[in-house]
Design a protein. Structure first.
Length: 331
């Protein structure tokens, strides 16, 4: 007579092996969608620098001011946001969401647009595209801190190599100086602002509809952006191409691009999807050549390709959640 042993009981709340097996493909599909949405957002953002350069002009032939472009595009996008929020019957953010929305607005409504718009009058879009290539590392750092993730050493090594390439490129183009150009410093500060806005926006996208995050951030900023836009409005005639470029950064860069970007960060994970931004410098360069007539030289192309190469290695590196020891109450 043999004794039959019952299968070990699973812990309460723990998924069965079969459920875990079914959940894994769904998780992978969600992460893949996140990467594709992130890539769509990056493609939209890649036109931001060339279009901003077209809108501000050059020191010899200025067009719209950087302040007007940065704040005016936020006003246009806020008007579209109000209509979208009403059409989708968006609920008001929770009280605890407003500080995070304020940080999101500080980064992507004020900081990044204002700093890049001022800098773009003094550097070409091809040059600026390489400097902004440091953004994935900054976004990954903010995302890892906010979402309690622990990227592997290999992940940080790849991101660090890409960032060092960006700094080396800026120093190489500084005319032999060991100091960065003031416009490069503005672009690096803009990168930090964008990383903060991306990180907090992605965190809000976990509890809010992703499209509503940028909309509420723009509406929250409207009491400041509207009067400042009026005060900085152009006093002289502006060429039609500059207005068309302003329209792009207002509708696409400041609004629709974030629809895809924040949803991608939410579905694929901020740390991993942020590395898709490493392709943005190359896309910006490709757009700058026909739009602005800029020259894509071998040095810029070489640095851009080297930076892009790190994303294909970095995205294969593991990213682990940070596990906290259980408290005495839950142990």
């Amino acid at each position: 007579m043999t004794t039959q042993h019952a299968p070990p009981a699973t812990l309460a709340g723990a998924p069965s092996p079969g459920a875990a097996g079914r959940a894994a493909p769904r998780l992978q599909a969600r992460e893949l969608r996140g990467l594709w949405l992130g890539l769509l957002g990056v493609a939209i953002f890649a036109l931001t620098l060339p279009m901003t350069r077209l809108a501000v002009g050059t020191p010899a032939a200025p067009q719209l001011s950087g302040v007007f472009i940065a704040l005016g595009r936020a006003v246009v996008a806020a008007g579209l946001s109000i209509a979208f929020l009403l059409a989708t019957r968006a609920p008001l953010p929770r009280r605890g969401d407003w500080p995070a929305l304020a940080l999101t607005a500080a980064g992507v409504v004020f900081g990044f647009p204002l700093l890049t718009s001022v800098a773009m009058r003094y550097v070409e879009a091809v040059h600026a595209a390489v400097i902004i290539g440091v953004l994935p590392l900054a976004t990954a750092a903010v995302g890892a801190w906010l979402h309690r993730q622990r990227p592997s050493a290999g992940f940080w090594a790849c991101a660090g190599v890409g960032s060092l390439l960006v700094v080396a490129f800026a120093l190489l183009r500084s005319g032999g100086s060991t100091l960065l150009h003031p416009a490069d410093l503005l672009l690096l500060a803009a990168t930090a602002c964008a990383a903060v806005g991306y990180g907090w926006g992605a965190r809000l996208s976990q509890t809010m509809r992703a499209e509503h995050v940028i909309c509420w951030a723009l509406v929250l900023a409207l009491p400041l952006t509207l009067p400042l836009t009026w005060l900085s409005r152009p006093q002289a005639p502006v060429a039609a191409p500059a207005w068309w470029a302003f329209g792009y950064v207002a509708v696409f860069s400041m609004w629709l691009g974030f629809f895809a970007w924040y949803r991608g960060l939410s579905q694929g994970g901020t740390v991993r999807v942020s590395q898709v931004q490493l392709v943005q410098p190359f896309l910006s360069m490709l757009f700058a050549v026909p739009l602005l007539g800029e020259r894509l030289d071998a040095t810029s192309l070489g640095f851009a390709l080297a930076v892009i190469a790190t994303v294909f290695v970095g995205k294969k590196m593991p990213v682990h959640p940070t596990h906290r020891p259980p408290s005495k109450e839950t142990a």
